[in-house]
Design a protein around this ligand. Structure first.
Ligand code: SF4
Ligand code: URA
Length: 279
């Protein structure tokens, strides 16, 4: 390796360490054998960094090989069965926009169906639209949404290549008479979630993702039919509609307590291992 390649490599390592430190990771292992063999044959940008997930339950073999630059977008899966997923999601969106099955429908400004790639491999399920989402009709666009975008990008994806939805499609408000009031959000009730869940089930059926990630206690408890706390549920795969489901903390919880980022990062590593295994 010549000097300029060496400097490039050092810069790359530094950027990676900064990125992983952001997620609470404190150990990063560069695989020497891989470097010495490949450094001569491939440009520096193709070097891979092995992230050692020391405290998660990921085994050594499962350590994720991540490209630290020019992360490849996962290929869009377009099978015959999901060919008209766009159209099906559009039809569902219209249905949801008209829905008044529960009280949330009376006061919402906009129903928030979901957004992203209809053929996504990864589907995130949050709690419900907040103030900003209600105003704009899009999921996760507030501060928690910005953090979710960062999580998705740290996983090597773009927001548009995953699908983001919520367990309820209309804004749950403490004081529904006043949708213009900030700080008026509340979690959806079990009844509201149960009433709305068929829409999410339909979205899951249409998108048929490889993995579902539930964000926070509400969606996790609703889908897994449990009252357990999110700190017990997170980090362990379950199944929903035959699809692996990984619960993790809600990004809003990470804003309140940044120390939880480390756990979320470990949960996302497990998801990445699974998605990569499934090809
Ligand atoms: Fe319909 Fe769901 Fe909105 Fe309730 S929350 S009105 S069930 S779309
Ligand atoms: N929180 C959620 O759970 N969903 C959103 O869409 C926004 C914030």
């Amino acid at each position: 390796m010549n000097q300029s390649e060496y400097i490039k490599l050092l810069k790359l390592v530094r950027t990676s360490i900064e990125e992983y430190k952001n997620w609470g990771e404190d150990e990063l292992v560069l695989d020497n054998s891989m470097l010495s063999k490949k450094a001569k044959q491939e440009p520096i940008k193709e070097e891979k960094i092995a992230v050692k997930a020391t405290e998660s339950k990921i085994t050594k073999q499962e350590n994720i090989q991540m490209k630290t630059t020019e992360k490849k977008e996962p290929t869009v899966k377009q099978t015959k069965q999901t060919k008209n997923a766009e159209q099906k999601l559009e039809d569902l969106k219209k249905q949801i926009a008209e829905c008044k099955k529960c009280n949330l429908g009376k006061y919402r400004l906009n129903a928030v169906c979901g957004s992203g790639d209809p053929y996504a491999n990864i589907m995130f399920v949050g709690e419900g639209p907040g103030f900003q989402e209600d105003h704009e009709g899009k999921p996760f666009i507030g501060r928690a949404g910005d953090l979710l975008t960062k999580i998705i990008e740290a996983m090597g994806y773009k927001r548009e290549t995953v699908y983001i939805a919520n367990i309820v499609k209309c804004h749950p408000m403490k004081n529904p008479e006043n949708p213009e009031l900030k700080g008026n959000d509340r979690p959806p009730t079990p009844e509201e979630m149960q009433t709305c869940q068929p829409y999410l089930d339909e979205q899951i059926k249409i998108i048929s993702p490889k993995v579902i990630i539930t964000l926070g206690a509400s969606s996790t408890r609703a889908l897994l039919k449990t009252d357990d706390v999110i700190s017990n549920l997170r980090g362990k795969f379950s199944q929903y509609m035959g699809i692996p489901l990984m619960p993790t903390y809600h990004p809003a919880a990470l804003l309140r307590n940044p120390k939880l980022k480390r756990d979320v990062w470990h949960d996302m590593q497990k998801v990445m291992v699974l998605v990569n295994k499934k090809g």
